[in-house]
Design a protein around this ligand. Sequence first.
Ligand code: HEC
Length: 107
Amino acid sequence: MRLRSTYAIAIVVAVHAGGTAAADKDGATLYQEKTCISCHGAEGRAPVLPVYPKLAGQNADYLYQQLQDIKSEARKNAMTAAMTGIMQNVNDDEMRIIADWLGSLQR
Ligand code: HEC
């Protein structure tokens, strides 16, 4: 019984994490929920490694295109490998919202 309810919770969490209804979430929320923050830091200003890019204040269309390219692997190298898996859980609408939010921040 105990095992079963734990299992049910795990499913609910998994469904929530992969949620498709993005339109009601803002860029800051998506940036956290999609775990971008774990590598690029708060507001894309404080990457966990010095070689990871800062994102705050970058051109929104450029950011959006990079997200598309990293997801599709049109942009693919040893560094993007860290991110490609995560992008499979980020749809076009979400990319647009996150890119617009990052682009709106002060550099
Ligand atoms: C596991 C670490 C990791 C996570 C999580 C991660 N990234 Fe990245 N990201 C990187 C690395 C490393 C690069 C640099 C790739 C390269 O050197 O080509 C990068 C590159 C980028 C770029 C291109 C920046 C540029 O200047 O060209 C954007 C935009 C970006 N990430 C946004 C995001 C967003 C949005 C998320 C969340 C959906 C995210 N990243 C999640 C590690 C990560």
